[in-house]
Ligand binder design. Structure first.
Ligand SMILES: [Cu+2]
Length: 642
């Protein structure tokens, strides 16, 4: 469930199915694309004065342009056309796939040419707050919950390179202090453009990464309006595939709508206030529990949000094959697909199916840019699987797709997903048709040949190898919570906080001090607890972590990820107004390399949740830095501006 957004990217929305608050059936076939005048135009991504973001919608199966910046760098402009935002490179408004090498420097100048920040603000309406939310009533024994406040859109923008193990320090991946001002509007950043210089470690694996804006409070609006793109780091395995003539495809799923705005129904508002807090004069009881009585309860989820694949709307229901991407694979061969879920809050669960709905095998090679490896960095070569493959928002999946048998029409689908009773509706959707081209050659090429064996552990993350063998220096419990506020349309606040006695839940505000400080070189295990009735995710910048356990089930081969689903809570009874609930849990382990010292954001990658508070900052102390005492202070002492 999101708090406050209804962004309309008109070109893509034109073919989206209408949805109503009651969640009635959505037409099986979307209205014709001609319902918006611009859609009738042939696709022309050239950015011009009258069409800053180009015209038309690309045909299904479109491939985005590639941008391989020279040593001197390239320029990426952010332009605006009404409710659309776009990345423009070389005059083309079609977010390029950036290509770079391990050990290289990727230099990119971001230039902000946003002309009308009020349209970004409009994309965050109508649930926006003009006054702070009502507080959650204080109850003895529970963490204090502070209300959130609307962040007004500024039109400032910046870039986050998701998955890159580069320092969170300008001119690298610093999203907390680097931004660029719009052409008109507030000038809080003091600059219109900024040159990023990301020094990609030689040991960072080749694979799929991505870029998107990270202006806290308006991330969702800017992404829904069009800002997200893929980055491929081309390592030795890419080179080997290229030499072998293997086709690689980059698939980017984006989202262009979030219809939850203003739709938190009255009945999902929480129960009446608890018993009053301690009598005046009584000693304060330090809270050490998450208040579940006031959590967002089950909601009548709103419409189904439009998603796109490589810029083309993904239809709902039994749409004709022509409206889907069609990918051909030479009979008897296979292709290497790199899929990014850049949706703002839509989870994916992928399968390749034949016409009878039987799953065809896919062979996973990498997740979140990390090749599947054991703790020592040795490659794992799992057999092709027919299991559905989850990709949460922010996640990436790289996999081999073998040509279906000749004559078989296969479909890449994302299955319906249960996101919890307060989560969004995610029906099954067909993403692409996949068929064999030609007859199988007389001598069939060896089917899934193992990935070329690196000479040594090349391309494997040195920084995160041996993580499981390390001693754990500290364990923490991190809670996710969300509270609606009675009396208004939809004013849910979102929280992520370390559980400790007397902790205060407070939505993240720009400039907040780090919530957690660690020494470089240490290793920690965190249990992330989801105390809500909807699926969330946990993402941390700069780092990859191993997922050890999900809801008490140990992972046989703990994956190395940078974003993980955190299962929703289960009620011990029905979803009663009094709770209690048993939180969903994941246990992760991560280490904090000195090379990545600085302030590192962690947050839910349902970016509306991040915008509305479910974010915090981890500081990795530089080696030899004087010790700080932030952690010894009560959290309230670190708050400011309240
Ligand atoms: Cu979330």
């Amino acid at each position: 469930m999101s708090r406050a957004a209804l962004a309309l990217a008109p070109l893509l929305l034109a073919v989206s199915a209408p949805a109503d608050a009651a969640g009635s059936a959505v037409p099986a076939v979307p209205p014709p694309a001609a319902s918006a005048p611009t859609d009738a135009l042939p696709f022309d991504p050239r950015s011009t004065g009258t069409a800053p973001c180009g015209r038309g919608v690309p045909a299904p199966g479109h491939a985005m342009p590639e941008l391989r910046p020279a040593a001197g760098g390239a320029t990426l402009a952010v332009r605006q056309d009404g409710m659309r935002l776009c990345y423009v490179a070389d005059g083309v408004a079609d977010a390029p796939v950036l290509r770079a090498r391990p050990g290289g420097e990727l230099v990119l100048t971001l230039r902000n040419e946003i002309t009308d920040p009020s349209r970004i603000e409009a994309a965050m309406a109508p649930g926006k707050l003009r006054i702070a939310n009502d507080p959650v009533p204080e109850s003895p024994g529970f963490y204090e919950v502070q209300p959130g406040m609307h962040h007004a859109a500024t039109g400032a923008t910046n870039l986050h390179v998701h998955g890159f193990a580069v320092p969170p320090v300008a001119p690298q991946d610093d999203v907390l202090t680097v931004c660029t001002d719009p052409a008109s509007g507030p000038a809080g950043c003091g600059r219109r453009e900024f040159t990023y210089r990301w020094r990609i470690p030689a040991t960072m694996p080749g694979g799929l990464y991505w870029y998107h804006p990270h202006m806290h409070g308006e991330v969702q609006a800017q992404m829904l309006m069009g800002l997200a793109g893929a980055i491929v780091v081309e390592g030795p395995e890419h080179d080997a595939r290229a030499r072998a003539g293997i086709v690689e495809r980059v698939l980017v799923v984006r989202q262009t709508q979030d219809q939850d705005a203003g739709r938190t129904p009255a009945q999902s508002m929480t129960a009446a206030a608890r018993a009053p807090a301690s009598a005046p004069g009584a000693p304060a009881v330090p809270g050490n529990a998450v208040d579940t009585a006031h959590e967002l309860l089950c909601t009548a989820s709103s419409g189904i949000d439009q998603i796109s694949l490589n810029g083309t709307p993904v239809p709902l229901g039994d749409a004709p094959d022509e409206s889907l991407a069609r990918f051909e694979i030479d009979a008897g061969t296979r292709q290497y697909w790199q899929l990014l879920n850049a949706a703002t809050d839509a989870f994916l669960s992928l399968s390749l199916q034949d016409e009878q709905g039987r799953a065809l095998p896919l062979q996973v090679v990498a997740r979140d840019g990390s090749p599947l490896t054991d703790d020592a960095g040795h490659r794992l070569q799992p057999a092709p699987t027919i299991e559905a493959l989850p990709v949460p928002p922010g996640g990436r999946l790289e996999f081999w797709v073998a040509a279906p048998p000749p004559g078989v029409k296969a479909t890449l689908v994302t299955h319906a997903i249960d996101t919890g009773c307060a989560g969004d509706r995610l029906p099954e959707r067909r993403l692409a048709v996949v068929v064999a081209r030609g007859d199988a050659p007389a001598r069939v090429t060896p089917a899934p040949a193992p990935a070329p064996a690196p000479a040594h552990a090349a391309g494997v993350h040195d920084a995160f190898t041996g993580l499981l063998a390390r001693q754990v220096d500290r364990r923490r419990v991190i809670a996710l919570a969300e509270y609606p506020r009675p009396g208004a349309d939809d004013q849910t606040d979102f929280y992520i906080a370390e559980r400790r006695p007397g902790a205060v839940l407070r939505p993240y505000m720009m400039g907040d001090a780090p919530a957690i400080t660690v020494r470089a070189g240490t290793t920690e295990e965190w249990v992330i607890e989801n105390w809500t009735n909807e699926l969330h995710t946990f993402h941390i910048h700069q780092l990859h972590f191993r997922v050890l356990e999900v809801d008490g089930r140990r992972e046989a081969a703990p994956p190395l990820l940078d974003v993980v689903e955190v299962p929703y809570a289960t009620a011990t009874g029905l979803h009663s107004k009094e709770g209690p609930v048993r939180p969903g849990r994941v246990r992760i382990r991560m280490t904090f390399p000195a090379a990545l010292a600085g302030d590192i954001p962690f947050h839910c990658h349902l970016v509306d949740h991040e915008d509305n508070g479910m974010m915090a900052v981890l500081r990795i102390e530089k080696p030899g830095a004087p010790p700080r005492h932030a952690e010894a202070l009560p959290m309230a002492a670190m708050h400011h501006g309240q």
